[in-house]
Design a protein around this ligand. Structure first.
Ligand SMILES: NC(=O)c1ccc[n+]([C@@H]2O[C@H](COP(=O)([O-])OP(=O)(O)OC[C@H]3O[C@@H](n4cnc5c(N)ncnc54)[C@H](OP(=O)(O)O)[C@@H]3O)[C@@H](O)[C@H]2O)c1
Length: 499
């Protein structure tokens, strides 16, 4: 992995994980930390304190993490690197609802800081259910754990950041009492994926793309984030989330803003975030007419995926039989600024669809059918496809002469993409994000005003969803969502590209 280390910084710190016995820590954070040590990107003076409720020793905890690494690390486990990581890991048993326990935790961390020479620097990583975010931040604040003048303290918050604008604002206000905005890292792990970062590189380092990157030359943009799997055992969580909160408010809005943003004046974090924010603010007004015409909801029924019969959403564990939660959303929206007005962005995301993939299709406008396509209206448009996962790379489609027939035109497809399993449910993104947190680079994290603007947009759609009763289930598992999603494009004479 080549990381862009802009400046050499001292990364010495204690990395404190609230939720150290949880799924996220085992599947992503620890593999991420292991691979950073493997790539020699972790400093010598570095400790990990994992907090959980369960009774276990550090030794037992380390053994557990070792098993998780074998399962989830993208690199094989090398005993030399594992031993280096192993000695840095400490388990601390503590119920974080117990406010009197934070002083003891502070004393423990202060002692460790002196012993391990970590210079007072701390990362507080909240890998816990969102209802605990405020409690933990309060504990950190009252025990004065994050207030050293001679050191830095950073707070990392997992998604979901609130469940609507109101709860997100309240959470944000609470956090700002304890941390400065610059020290808050709101995770959107999609931003850690290499191809997401590559969107800006593709656009701003290639004349042939950037000079055509507007409503003058682009017919439409399609963003698809599809998953084959259903909610599994997470039905209880998903019932309070649904596809809009789970995917649209965060990942899709972030991708949209990178695709549509103006070039920033430089690569500083705020310059980039300012341009992304302007895109979210330029999304057209969400009127009743917009909602009626441009938003499609779906919920999966039983069906066949990879030859196996799968159950309907309403039959999943912890899902009511009359659930009205959407597992699919398709949207058509306009970004109303000079660059994009008139070019639609079509978006769709859902569970139990025909494939697991994430990609952006940019369809360029067609040339007039005067010369080659005059007799047969068979012109294939230029397509640029940014493949995010599981294939990673770029696909480009263009027309050339068919040498076999002497007369015809054929469509050529250039594809630089390759399958990258590690980009699936990726620890690689977490590696990058953890490294950036240690370096103090928050470019790949969401600033509050971006989150706020995204909630303003998402809230309107959620409200509409809650009022509207759709006949669910309305798509079979293994397909690509309800028919109305196809009609959304057919109405405009277009179709979803399946590359
Ligand atoms: N898992 C993922 O792939 C994933 C992906 C994206 C975002 N997230 C987000 O990451 C966060 C964590 O998810 P997760 O899947 O890792 O959850 P999880 O498996 O349920 O883990 C929760 C953790 O919190 C700890 N905990 C709960 N109550 C506690 C208390 N009162 N005192 C001390 N520790 C307590 C648990 O410790 P004990 O086990 O010891 O009780 C456990 O370590 C959530 O916000 C989730 O939305 C997760």
């Amino acid at each position: 992995m080549i990381l862009n280390s802009r400046t050499e910084k001292d990364l010495s710190a204690i990395f404190i994980i609230f939720g150290g016995t949880g799924d996220l820590t085992h599947r992503k954070l620890m593999p991420g930390l292991y691979n950073l040590i493997y790539d020699q990107l972790l400093p010598e003076h570095f400790s990990i304190v994992s907090i959980g409720r369960r009774d276990k020793t550090s030794e037992e905890y380390r053994d557990e993490i070792y098993k998780a690494l074998i399962k989830f690390s993208r690199n094989e486990i090398d005993s030399e690197y594992w031993n280096r990581l192993r000695e840095k890991i400490h388990y601390y048993r503590f119920d974080f609802r117990d406010m009197s326990g934070y002083d003891d935790l502070k004393t423990y961390l202060d002692k460790m800081d002196i012993k391990e020479k970590t210079k007072g620097n701390k990362v507080f990583y909240l890998a816990v259910a969102p209802e605990y975010f405020e409690t933990i931040v309060e504990g950190i604040q009252i025990s004065n754990m994050a207030n050293r003048k001679d050191a830095w303290s950073r707070l990392v918050i997992e998604k979901p950041f609130g469940k609507d604008l109101k709860t997100a604002s309240k959470l944000n206000e609470r956090i700002l009492e304890a941390f400065h905005e610059k020290d808050i890292y709101r995770i959107d792990h999609y931003l850690g994926k290499e191809m997401i970062q590559n969107i800006m590189v593709l656009r701003f380092t290639n004349l042939i793309f950037e000079s055509l990157w507007s409503n003058k030359f682009i017919d439409n943009v399609q963003i698809t984030l599809s998953e084959k799997h259903g909610v599994g055992t997470r039905g209880g969580y998903y019932e309070h989330s649904g596809a809009i909160r789970d995917m649209i408010q965060n990942h899709i809005i972030q991708i949209l803003s990178l695709v549509a943003m103006e070039p920033p004046i430089n690569l500083n974090t705020d310059s980039i975030r300012n341009e992304k924010l302007k895109v979210i603010q330029a999304i057209e007004d969400i009127t009743p007419e917009f909602l009626r015409n441009n938003v499609i909801f779906g919920q999966y029924d039983q069906g066949i995926i990879d030859g196996e019969k799968v159950i309907a959403y309403r039959d999943e564990i912890n899902v009511p039989k009359d659930s009205n939660t959407e597992t699919f959303v398709a949207l058509k929206l306009q970004v109303n600024n000079f660059r994009w007005a008139g070019t639609p962005f079509y978006i769709r995301t859902g569970k139990r669809l025909g494939s697991t993939s994430a990609e952006i299709v940019v369809q360029f406008k067609s040339l007039p059918n005067i010369l080659y396509f005059k007799d047969h209206n068979m012109q294939e448009p230029n397509l640029l496809v940014i493949r995010i996962q599981p294939n990673v790379g770029v696909f480009f489609q263009f027309n050339t002469k068919d040498f076999n027939t002497h007369n015809d035109i054929v469509t050529n497809k250039m594809d630089t993409s390759h399958i990258s399993h590690s980009q699936g449910n990726t620890p690689e993104a977490y590696e990058r994000l953890i490294y950036d947190i240690l370096r103090g680079d928050s470019t790949l994290f969401s600033r509050w005003d971006e989150v706020e603007a995204a909630w303003i947009f998402a809230d309107e759609i959620i409200k509409y969803r809650e009022q509207k009763r759709v006949q669910f289930p309305n798509y079979e598992s293994g397909t690509f969502g309800p028919m109305r999603s196809f009609e959304l494009l057919a109405r405009d004479g277009r179709e979803w590209w399946k590359i």
